[in-house]
Design a binder for this molecule. Structure first.
Ligand code: SF4
Length: 608
């Protein structure tokens, strides 16, 4: 059996994955067990077949359609950019190290290594491989940025916070221990985080550690072997240079190399142990349920494919996951903390399975009262106090953005949220706003830099009249306005004035210390939620809130969420005129719905 890096990383998740994967791939021909020590009868018996068919029912529907394979239009949209990152990385490696460099978008052109253990062939393809007289260098390219690595700090012996990684004189990010050799316990704690394959940085370290393991077991060489992660440089700012085809030109510093040679060395014993575990799992193929936990990577881009099967018993609404802050666990009467996954594995899956006496957060107590009584909760004095500080006209504002992995326009960084659309509804006096006549929209219809045009049009609508600018989830719009203020100094004061006038409608529902403390509420009360409804299911997203306050819904709209919006914008250049007009109007309607939703929600809150 051949085992790639991706497959290996899935197989190491838990005891069940290998067997589910076998059933998924071989369907009724799959041979799996439901015990750790199966006899022949356990493998071919009727009971076994019945259990397999039960699992198959959760994987394929009656038409044999795959129910686990999910479309990911955002990923499809970003793929060309990911490929371009690999090309940029390859070119940067070649310039820096000379010698023979092998890199290619075509996996089969990449350098490949294979190592056999107990009949299983573990293999790897390398994104980049370079060899010169004395050294072999291995590169793993990741479409992430250096930010998450540069932000890891630890306290040194003088009690100062210092970064775990720093630049070498050659401009390569390196661990403190490799640069200066001086480490302490605090440092080692952070290293432990990097060695954990389930942390957001550790996953990349684990990937390249697997490559190292396979490579070093399959070649004999006296050369030194170095290992690098190649990621996007989070500080890189695009200068706006373009080629004759109007495509951005990037400097070599668009990518950052992170030297993980010593780190991956520390990982070898872990990978070796994991290989033994995977082999044992492959030899056993036990499909019985296992404990749920971090290995499922719930709600992560790497969420396990078999999530719908293993989490089938968790209610979709009002489960234990509904509790706000529930990831911090729950404390019983004796003060003992219970982690959320431990409780799930003990069978406490519904929100009401948690004893009321274990709910120590005020918000959770409110949530529980609403779940038990099915009567919505309101905090009228806070809601009214919040509304009382609004200034008219209110400009209800919403932005749509394209988080491009590679900067497209001047001043952008990797993954900048590139503005392409706004919708504004002007509410002249309480409740005085026409859905159509008071709506102003802008969409960048071409993939050229139209941000200045967008800003100018927006500033024609939003006057310097002190009116509140209402948004939903302030930090997003605030950050975009500040970025534009940096980029266009001529509009700086107008844009920063807008920042000062922002009012977050979500705070009226969710509570917020900064908004409510100055209004005379104490710290705890300010932080607490002002509204809760059974249908929120722990989320205050506008999509959840709107149907509670009106008969409006996003369901059935041509574009019904932010991902569909950005994918539509990304596909504009590929559309024929008819499709473009249809999609343009759908995009208009979607963003308009977001600001109209704010008008309606605010109006309902006034009657409380
Ligand atoms: S969902 Fe979790 S428990 Fe189920 S196979 Fe995946 S990792 Fe294992």
């Amino acid at each position: 059996m051949k085992i790639s890096k991706t497959r290996f990383i899935n197989y190491i998740r838990c005891n069940r994955y290998t067997a589910l994967d076998e059933i998924y791939r071989d369907q009724s021909k799959a041979v799996v067990s439901f015990t750790d020590d199966p006899e022949l009868e356990d493998l071919i018996g009727e009971e076994n077949r019945e259990k397999v068919s039960y699992l198959l029912d959760d994987m394929f529907d009656e038409e044999d359609e795959d129910m686990l394979e999910k479309e990911d239009p955002q990923m499809d949209t970003m793929l060309p950019y990911y490929s371009q990152i690999e090309i940029l990385a390859g070119a940067a490696i070649q310039k820096r190290f000379k010698g023979d460099v092998i890199y290619s978008l075509d996996t089969y052109q990449q350098k490949r290594f294979e190592h056999e253990i107990e009949g299983f062939n573990f293999y790897c393809f390398l994104d980049g491989y370079q060899e010169d007289k004395n050294t072999i260098r291995v590169f793993e390219v990741k479409a992430t940025t250096s930010k998450k690595f540069k932000e890891i700090t630890y306290k040194n012996n003088d009690d100062e916070k210092v970064p775990l990684f720093d630049y070498s004189p050659e401009g390569i990010l390196m661990l403190q221990e490799d640069l200066f050799g001086d480490v302490n316990d605090e440092y080692n704690k952070k290293i432990a985080r990097l060695k954990n394959r389930l942390t957001k940085e550790g996953r990349y370290v684990y990937d390249i550690s697997y490559q190292r393991f396979v490579l070093e077991r399959s070649i004999q060489t006296g050369k030194e072997i170095k290992y690098y992660l190649v990621v996007l440089n989070s500080d890189y700012i695009h200068e706006g240079l373009v080629n004759e085809r109007n495509e951005p030109i990037y400097g070599d510093d668009i990518v950052t190399l992170i030297d993980v040679s010593s780190l991956t060395k520390k990982m070898m014993s872990i990978v070796e142990e994991d290989i033994s575990i995977v082999i044992q799992r492959l030899n056993t193929m036990n499909a019985n349920p296992v404990s749920l936990g971090g290995h499922c990577q719930r709600k992560d881009t790497r969420q396990c494919k078999f999530y719908p099967i293993c989490y089938k018993h968790i209610p979709e609404e009002n489960s234990i996951f509904t509790y706000i802050g529930g990831h911090n666990g729950f404390k019983d009467e004796a003060g003992q903390k219970h982690e959320r996954f431990d409780l799930i594995n003990e069978g406490l899956v519904h929100a009401t399975d948690i004893p009321v006496s274990w709910l120590n957060r005020d918000n959770n107590i409110i949530q529980r009262q609403v779940i038990d009584s099915d009567i919505p909760y309101y905090h009228p004095p806070k809601i009214r106090a919040g509304i009382s500080i609004l200034k008219y006209p209110i400009y209800h504002l919403d932005f749509e953005t394209f988080p491009c992995p590679l900067p497209r326009f001047k001043g952008e960084k990797p993954y900048s949220q590139s503005l392409f659309q706004y919708s504004i509804h002007i509410e002249h006096a309480p409740g005085v706003c026409d859905k159509d006549k008071d709506n102003y929209s802008y969409i960048a219809t071409k993939h050229i830099d139209l941000r200045k045009d967008l800003i100018e049009k927006m500033l024609e609508v939003i006057k310097e009249d002190g009116g509140s600018i209402m948004v939903y989830n302030q930090s997003f719009e605030q950050t975009r306005l500040k970025e534009m203020a940096e980029l266009y100094p001529e509009y700086r004061s107008r844009l920063l004035d807008m920042v000062d006038r922002l009012f977050d409608l979500m705070y009226l529902l969710r509570g917020n210390q900064k908004m409510f403390s100055p209004l005379g509420f104490d710290k705890e009360e300010s932080k607490g939620i002002n509204f809760y409804h059974n249908k929120l299911n722990g989320s205050f997203s506008i999509k959840k809130v709107l149907p509670i306050f009106s008969n409006l819904t996003y369901k059935g709209m041509g574009i019904s969420n932010g991902t569909e919006a950005l994918v539509t914008y990304a596909r504009f250049p590929m559309m024929d005129q008819k499709t473009f007009e249809l999609k343009y109007n759908e995009l208009l309607e979607y963003c308009k719905q977001d600001t109209w939703a704010m008008v309606k929600i605010l109006d309902e809150l006034r009657s409380i």
